[in-house]
Design a protein around this ligand. Structure first.
Ligand code: C2E
Ligand code: MG
Ligand code: MG
Length: 625
């Protein structure tokens, strides 16, 4: 589809039909009077029927035929008919002109010259948006007039002929200006100013009209969202961010041109692609996957922008669409679900929408709904996973939340914590976890349980909340008595934005006053790890389980060694997470890892069980490893 020929253009042409009919029907009867005064009225009557009955009837038919719900193809066919109609209607005046100038009566000449000029002006005004048609129409009206003056062969008539040509040129020039203006405002309404590709309005319109054309055909729809684009804006400034978006759009445009796909920017860092139609669903899906993979790798190639070497990835949702529903918004929503799933699965990936995905999203919604009542229903509890030192002594534990839903059964924190983070429920849940943990810590301290630290997971959304520090202070004051001899550690994950980083630094500084220390959880899986470590004040670093899992591979071993060295240089305690085998433990010990946590020692257990275990480990019976 021509991007300039959109709905508002068709609507404009639609309106012009009635205007041209009204003008012609109102003026053409003048020739009846002429016929009555000067000729036999035979030709005038025939011409009148043409101008006030036949052509208006056809025009009215075209007017009625148009509907917004027509497909793009139907609209184009309709537009061609409208063009012929307008051309014929305007040029019909030339018939009377030729007939009248062949008469000897000069009065008839004057009249027909005037109507000819009039129809030229009207055509120029009404057909301004149709460049080629306008040229032919104005030429067909004004050239006969100029020729007529030339044929008279007098000096004054040459001058008149010259003036006629000038008038025709002025009409064309004025119409061109109007046309340019229409095109420009149309362009602005349907294009994204920054990237010059189509905008949301353009995309929804083509999606909607394509949906009507599908029949048994299929198209694919891609929704592309850049990962961590905000970081580029925040750290390098909006100029670099804008240029990055332009370059992404250019790459998308190049690839889409090869495939004949439409693209648009929906806003922010979100782009859309719609393909041509396929008659077979499988083939459409295959092509969608191929195109999405190519686009994904194209976007990921490095960028050179204003002296910065940049790299950005994207999360892509794919949806194969046909006419099972004609609702464009629905198609987009499904692609959106797929895109969000790609984000949830760690970004930088492609997910195809399917019924399974729909069920997954519905399940998440159900979890979201039930989670809201989990605390008051008493379904939330805490488990404690022991952490041991080189001598197998339990030196601390990590608090891990558990949700045993009455309706859904046990739901893992990997599933519900991200949901709680997205909905904001993590604020309430986090406070509950903190309160229960603090109560337990205080109780253990009073009972002289022989451990040094308790680690509590704090999600980023929680820690960046404006009331976080005051909430922690309040709960601390209420439940932790002075003289408590168990250290409190907050486990946090890496954040990507510099704005977050500065407020995080401030939070850490304020909480130090309450004796709370910070640890980086899942180290090595996040973003910008190394610089992050030196910027914030920490006491501990936890090596992610994914590294420990592959410790037998030389490369991974080297990586772990590197992490341990960095931690040692920064004076941080190193905790290895997810230690499952004696072999892993042995290698980690050789690398001078300080603390171990994992199923090799114990799964996360209930409070009473943990207390028992601490006593056993003090007794020296250890873990038998
Ligand atoms: P995490 O903080 O990295 O916690 C470690 C996870 O690894 C826990 O999963 C733990 O049960 C599991 N794990 C520990 N050792 C082993 C092992 O040897 N083998 C295997 N296969 N797994 C092991 P869990 O309890 O399912 O928690 C998952 C994640 O949920 C946590 O990862 C943490 O990010 C989050 N989470 C858990 N509790 C809380 C909480 O109270 N608050 C917040 N904000 N997040 C929490
Ligand atoms: Mg943790
Ligand atoms: Mg972890």
């Amino acid at each position: 589809m021509n991007i300039n020929k959109n709905l508002s253009f068709y609507k404009f042409m639609h309106k012009q039909i009635m205007v041209i009919i009204a003008l012609n029907v109102a003026t053409a009867p003048g020739y009846l009077l002429m016929g009555y005064l000067y000729t036999s009225m035979v030709y005038e009557s025939i011409w009148m029927v043409l101008m006030t009955v036949i052509l208006p009837a056809y025009g009215y038919f075209l007017y009625k035929q148009f509907s917004i719900s027509m497909t793009i193809l139907q609209k184009d066919i309709w537009l061609t008919k409208v063009r012929y109609f307008m051309f014929i209607y305007s040029v019909a005046w030339t018939l009377m002109f030729v007939y009248y100038i062949s008469s000897d009566n000069l009065e008839m000449h004057y009249i027909t010259i005037a109507t000819q000029i009039g129809s030229g002006v009207v055509a120029a005004a009404l057909l301004a948006s149709q460049r080629k048609l306008l040229f032919f129409t104005v030429a067909s009206i004004m050239l006969p007039l100029a020729a007529y003056f030339l044929v008279i062969g007098e000096l004054f008539s040459y001058i008149l002929s010259f003036f006629t040509i000038i008038l025709a040129s002025v009409l064309l020039y004025a119409a061109k200006n109007t046309n340019d203006y229409i095109m420009k405002s149309n362009y602005q309404a349907y294009h994204d100013q920054l990237t010059k590709i189509g905008n949301r309005r353009f995309f929804l319109e083509i999606l909607e009209s394509s949906a009507r054309e599908f029949g048994n055909k299929y198209s694919y729809l891609l929704l592309i969202d850049l990962d961590y684009f905000k970081t580029v804006n925040d750290t390098l400034g909006h100029d670099v961010g804008d240029e990055l978006l332009r370059e992404v759009a250019r790459r998308m445009q190049r690839l889409s041109n090869e495939y004949g796909n439409y693209i648009a920017r929906l806003g922010g860092d979100e782009f859309c692609v719609l393909s041509d139609t396929y008659s077979n669903e499988e083939r459409c899906l295959e092509s969608a996957k191929v195109f999405a993979a190519k686009l994904h790798s194209e976007i990921k190639k490095t960028y050179d922008i204003m002296g910065n070497h940049l790299y950005i990835s994207a999360s892509i949702g794919v949806n194969v669409v046909n006419n099972r529903s004609v609702n464009a918004a629905e198609f987009l929503k499904e692609a959106d679900m797929a895109m969000y799933e790609a984000k949830n699965q760690g970004r930088d990936g492609i997910i195809v929408f399917s019924d399974d995905l729909y069920a997954l999203v519905q399940n998440k919604l159900e979890i979201e709904r039930l989670l809201y009542f989990a605390i008051e229903e008493g379904e939330i509890s805490l488990n404690y996973q022991p952490q041991v030192d080189n001598n197998d002594k339990v030196v601390g534990c990590e608090v891990l939340v558990r949700w045993n839903s009455n309706k859904l059964g046990p739901v893992g924190p990997d599933l519900f914590i991200p949901i709680a983070e997205n909905t904001g429920y993590i604020i309430e849940l986090g406070e509950y976890i903190l309160t229960e943990s603090f109560k337990t810590i205080n109780e253990w301290s009073n009972n002289n349980l022989d451990i040094q630290t308790v680690s509590i997971n704090i999600s980023m959304r929680q820690i960046l909340h404006k009331d976080f520090v005051s909430m922690v202070a309040r709960v601390h004051n209420e439940y932790i008595e002075s003289g408590c001899n168990i250290g409190i550690i907050f486990e946090i994950t890496e954040t990507s934005s510099s704005h977050d980083l500065s407020s995080l630094k401030e939070t850490i500084r304020q909480l130090k006053e309450y004796g709370i220390s910070f640890s980086i959880d899942d180290f090595g899986t996040g973003y910008s790890s190394i610089s992050y470590l030196s910027e914030i004040s920490l006491i501990e670093l936890k090596i992610d389980k994914s590294f420990i899992d592959k410790i037998s591979e030389a490369k991974q071993k080297l990586l772990i060694k590197l992490i341990v060295d960095i931690a040692k240089n920064l004076n941080l305690t190193v905790v290895a997470e997810g230690v499952e085998t004696v072999y892993q433990r042995k290698i980690l010990e050789e690398m001078e890892c300080d603390i171990f946590q994992g199923y090799l020692f114990s799964k996360p257990i209930k409070k009473e069980e943990f207390e028992q275990l601490c006593i056993l480990s003090v007794d020296g019976r250890g873990w038998n490893v």
